[in-house]
Design a protein around this ligand. Structure first.
Ligand code: PLP
Ligand code: COI
Length: 340
């Protein structure tokens, strides 16, 4: 397979048009068989449900080239089931989970020339998504939908690669109790745009959102879950019904226990106790594990002992083990890698 002539090592996290995308339409209560197309444009009615009332959900995953030259994706069955949960919450039809995985495989295969080579530091980001297409003017769900998957080669999500991030406590809330914080819907990201632009203007890389009800507990950032390491080397991650159940985070908790012999706990994390942790990181498909060096709470700085130069030692081990599994350097647990 001849690779495209792309400067893989200098890619940022952006959109690059690749050759093929998968499309399937839902009409008369059924999904059609779907097709691969070279057309990257979407033409829909001016009154489409997605344009009026934001009826859209999505997923994010990656394809990797392993050390021995295979192309793999990481736990796509979990993305399939999370997209199904997201769809149900927004009254959208579920795209069958086995067909989701098959379509991901076929889309990556069709764009194999864009899967970055092993060791380049880049990966192929895969974006499955679904939206209401027919005219909707009263507030109600659409009757017709489109499901699509496109791919784009990407580099690191945060500029500066693995330099520890500085984040601030946001005064804006991300998700209401009993709201939609636990699903991957465009609406959760639309509402974070003002907060992230404001954070950047003030010199911060990201926002730490707190629970909207009491503003005492750590939730997540706009695009990743938190991981903390205690001074005695335990992994702690916030438990909340209003954060996205990150597949990276779930995988890291397993890796911490089963590969590294660490204690790993999912529990409520109070803002008050954050100053006592030794390390902090953001985890997600796009973020992988990005270290956090400093959290600023209205001018009051919480500086982690791991500092602003490099990842903390436990975070580093988690990072190496997870990426080692994804890139085929370490043996993966049964069912984690789907070979393309
Ligand atoms: N939290 C939010 C809000 C996200 O957008 C993402 C990205 O998908 C994550 C967490 C991490 O989830 P995952 O590890 O499944 O990519
Ligand atoms: C992902 O990690 O896949 C996401 O969807 C997060 C987004 C901020 C890019």
């Amino acid at each position: 397979m001849e690779k495209k002539n792309i400067d893989w090592s200098n890619l940022g996290f952006g959109y690059v048009k690749t050759d093929y995308r998968f499309v399937s339409d839902f009409k008369d209560n059924a999904w059609d068989e779907g097709r691969m197309t070279q057309d990257e444009t979407v033409v829909i009615n001016e009154c489409a449900g997605v344009l009026q009332y934001a009826q859209t959900v999505f997923e994010g995953m990656k394809a990797y080239t392993t050390q021995d030259g295979r192309i793999v994706t990481f736990r796509p069955d979990l993305n399939a089931s999370r997209l199904a949960d997201s769809a149900r919450r927004l009254e959208m039809p579920v795209f069958p989970e086995d067909r989701f995985v098959e379509a991901v495989v076929n889309t990556v295969k069709a764009n194999a020339a864009y899967v970055p080579p092993y060791g380049s530091g880049a990966t192929l980001y895969i974006r499955p998504y679904m939206f209401g297409t027919n005219p909707v003017i009263g507030v109600k769900p659409a009757d017709e939908y489109q499901f699509r998957i496109f791919t784009t080669p990407v580099g690191p999500y945060f500029k500066g690669g693995v330099k520890p991030l500085t984040i601030r406590i946001s005064d804006f809330d991300r998700a209401a109790p009993h709201g939609t914080g636990h699903i991957k819907a465009g609406l959760n990201y639309a509402m974070s745009l003002h907060a992230i632009m404001d954070a950047h203007t003030q010199g911060y890389d990201e926002n730490m959102y707190l629970d909207a009800a009491t503003r005492t507990k750590v939730e997540e950032t706009g695009g990743a879950n938190f991981l903390f390491i205690t001074k005695d080397g335990k992994v702690v991650t916030p438990k909340s019904d209003s954060i996205l159940p990150s597949i990276t985070r779930r995988s890291l908790m397993y890796v911490a226990k089963e590969y590294l012999g660490l204690e790993a706990e999912e529990r409520e994390v109070y803002l008050d106790e954050v100053k006592d942790f030794a390390e902090c990181g953001l985890c997600g498909t796009a973020a992988v594990i990005s270290p956090v060096g400093k959290i600023v709470d209205h001018g009051k700085e919480i500086c982690f002992p791991s500092g602003m130069d490099a990842m903390g030692p436990v975070t580093q081990k988690l990072y190496e083990t997870l990426t080692g599994i994804q890139m085929g350097r370490l043996e993966a647990p049964e069912g984690w890698l789907k070979v393309i």
